[in-house]
Design a protein around this ligand. Structure first.
Ligand code: S3P
Length: 177
């Protein structure tokens, strides 16, 4: 059975765009968990948070993780907080190589500056958004570090990053297994 490739990492590390490019590079199907949640609920993520709260969002997230974890041979981009529930990671790990994407807080800030798109960050942002990014990153760092391989996306092109991940997967023998 072909293994999946799962991308984890903080908001703004490029999970969705790099996931899509990686899937293309590997000739695999691509699955974005946030997009699946929006499709399932018929609502945008900020609306789900505003109307039903984070707990409800995490429930939906858990359901799409279960579905995704049952697939094989696909590239899966998670949401920044998917790693918070150990059950999600346990499920995903069964058939997947887990790649963590990181970036410097300043880079994350630049990529997530716009309010209204990332409710978790907006909630923590009491006027100093960089501080909010740093705090949340610190809190989640140990969870992202559980990955099999980590790539910093701060100063490199999407092409370089995708090639590095593809190289790792090849060395690991994850592309044919
Ligand atoms: C979240 C990250 C978001 C999305 C939701 C919660 C988080 O995904 O799942 O807003 O808790 O970090 P991205 O990492 O794709 O922005």
């Amino acid at each position: 059975m072909k293994q999946n490739v799962v991308l984890i990492g903080f908001m703004g590390t490029g999970k969705t765009s790099l996931g899509r490019s990686l899937a293309q590079r590997l000739g695999r199907a691509f699955l974005d968990l946030d997009q699946k949640i929006e499709e399932k609920s018929g609502k945008k993520i900020p609306e789900i948070f505003a109307e039903y709260g984070e707990e409800y969002f995490r429930e939906l997230e858990g359901r799409v993780v279960e579905e995704a974890a049952g697939r094989s041979g696909v590239v899966i981009s998670t949401g920044g907080g998917t790693v918070k529930n150990p059950k999600n990671m346990e499920l995903l790990r069964k058939r997947s190589v887990v790649i963590s994407l990181t970036a410097k807080p300043e880079v994350i800030l630049a990529r997530t500056r716009k309010k209204g798109k990332r409710p978790v960050l907006d909630q923590m942002d009491q006027g100093d958004r960089l501080r909010a990014v740093e705090q949340l990153m610190e809190e989640r760092k140990p969870l992202y570090e559980l990955a099999d391989y980590t790539v910093d996306t701060s100063d490199r092109s999407p092409f370089q990053i995708v090639e590095e991940i593809a190289r790792y997967l090849k060395i690991r023998g994850a592309l044919h297994a």
